[in-house]
Design a protein around this ligand. Structure first.
Ligand SMILES: NC(=O)c1ccc[n+]([C@@H]2O[C@H](COP(=O)([O-])OP(=O)(O)OC[C@H]3O[C@@H](n4cnc5c(N)ncnc54)[C@H](O)[C@@H]3O)[C@@H](O)[C@H]2O)c1
Ligand SMILES: O=P(O)(O)OC[C@H](O)CO
Length: 429
């Protein structure tokens, strides 16, 4: 074999050529790997420094004037409720000057083999029903008494299936100081006489407290196992902000939620992250239907394409304060859509509906052991809202999902239902 190496013509056998190139390839590859590993090491070191300073120096900035550490309560103890409570309790233990060590987690108590779930959590440090197999920090206290759990608290993190929010908020009315700040981790809307409302706005209106939101590509079982993921926290500084060290701000929220395995970006767009978080669950049902029908990845991608378009359109139409870039730049946007459509509970339930012909309610009950597929309620809320404002035709996928879940429209009609109306979607985009 004759070839040109560094400008010199050389003749060698094929065998030698093979060994020669293979060796060079190995050397080059291993050099590349070394470079990548060195870069990764540098990144890890930087990330450790950032996360250390998140936990220490950031808090120290706010610490100087801190009157008393912030007390934090998590309202809710399901799959995500318990996971976020774990994240928070880890951070409060690491930041005693910024946060009170004990975190109360309100539990809608129930009996498990004759024992209260709260008692099991407080003694075994495990939520055996909603987050089995995950060790919880000992400074996380399961509290069955809602009002006691928020007594003297500074920050309430709401994390329950959103259909239970109105009842809980009504119980809290008159028991929460207006200086308390809140974050909603819920995904859904409140549709009522005031139209379609973000859940954070609902909390603010009902309780008179500032409420932001947390949403992201965060399947709870993965976050609970401390597998790396990103999330987005959105919070507007309130008009009655009391100043650094005395009130919650973006730095405090980052210190509260950021972990080495849970990377937080804090922004202002509460509406954008809430809309994306609520509506991706409806899209996920659509994905589950086509997957359950055995139509494969192309069909699921088509549903996600139309779904993303409808999410953005919904935001622009009904919440003009939301920012389009949030949907593609933040974890709470397209990343959450992708993760939910890949492995979330809504997909699971919808797939089972397609495979077994059972109702949504039956599949949710059989598969989720008390957990909730929020898209089932959200698609109804969205339908009711769109019908009331005469915009059903503008959101063909959302409407198709509703019709399949509630009116037994055959799932294989999905492409036609979307296509007929998709033109309108493109025209108004
Ligand atoms: N699980 C996830 O991966 C995940 C991730 C991100 C966001 N979210 C969102 O977080 C919110 C909470 O989800 P979750 O996974 O923690 O809940 P879940 O789906 O695990 O629901 C179970 C919880 O609901 C409670 N519950 C049952 N009946 C109740 C009642 N009548 N009143 C009050 N509570 C009752 C149970 O006690 C339990 O704590 C949802 O809006 C969800 O979309 C979930
Ligand atoms: O399991 P799902 O479908 O409720 O989705 C969970 C989360 O919202 C994913 O971020």
């Amino acid at each position: 074999m004759i070839f040109n190496y560094l400008g010199r013509t050389t003749s060698i056998s094929f065998k030698r050529f093979y060994h020669f190139t293979n060796k060079r390839l190995r050397v080059t590859t291993s050099r590349r790997i070394q470079k990548i590993m060195a870069a990764t090491d540098r990144l890890n070191q930087t990330s450790d420094i950032i996360s250390h300073s998140m936990q220490h120096s950031d808090s120290t900035t706010s610490l100087a004037a801190l009157e008393k550490p912030f007390k934090v309560t998590v309202v809710g103890s399901g799959n995500w409720g318990t996971t976020i409570a774990k994240v928070i309790a880890e951070n409060t233990a690491l930041n005693p000057q910024l946060f009170a060590r004990r975190v109360d987690m309100w539990v809608f108590d129930e009996k498990i083999n004759g024992k209260n779930l709260t008692e099991i959590i407080n003694t075994q440090h495990e939520n055996v029903k909603y987050l089995p197999g995950i060790e919880l920090p000992e400074n996380l206290y399961a509290n069955p008494d809602l009002l006691d759990s928020v007594r003297d608290t500074d920050i309430i993190v709401f994390n329950i299936p959103h259909q239970f929010l109105p009842r809980i908020v009504q119980q809290l009315k008159g028991h929460v100081s207006k200086h308390v700040r809140a974050i909603s981790c819920l995904k859904g809307f409140e549709v009522g006489p005031k139209g379609v409302q973000l859940l954070s706005s609902y909390v603010t209106e009902e309780l008179g407290i500032q409420c932001g939101a947390l949403s992201g590509a965060n399947l709870a079982p993965e976050v609970a196992l401390e597998h790396w993921s990103e999330t987005t926290v959105a919070y507007h500084m309130p008009a009655d902000y009391r100043g650094e060290g005395r009130d919650v701000d973006h730095k405090v929220l980052k210190a509260l939620f950021h972990r080495p395995y849970f990377h937080v970006s804090v922004i202002e767009d509460v509406a954008g992250i809430s809309i994306a978080g609520a509506l991706k669950n409806v899209v996920a049902l659509g994905c589950g239907f086509v997957e359950g029908l055995g139509w494969g990845n192309n069909a699921a991608a088509a549903i996600q394409r139309v779904g993303l378009g409808e999410i953005i359109k919904f935001g622009r139409m009904f919440f003009p304060e939301s920012k389009v870039e949030t949907y593609y730049q933040e974890s709470a946007g397209v990343a959450d859509l992708i993760t939910t459509c890949s492995g979330g509970r809504n997909v699971k339930v919808a797939k089972a509906m397609a495979k077994t012909g059972k109702s949504a309610e039956e599949c949710e009950k059989e598969l989720l052991n008390g957990q909730s597929a929020q898209g089932l309620i959200t698609c109804k809320e969205v339908h009711e809202w769109l019908e009331s404002v005469n915009h059903l035709d503008d959101f063909p996928l959302f409407e198709a999902v509703y019709q399949i879940v509630y009116n037994n429209v055959p799932m294989d009609k999905l492409p036609d239902m979307i296509e007929e109306l998709d033109l309108g979607l493109k025209e108004t985009a």
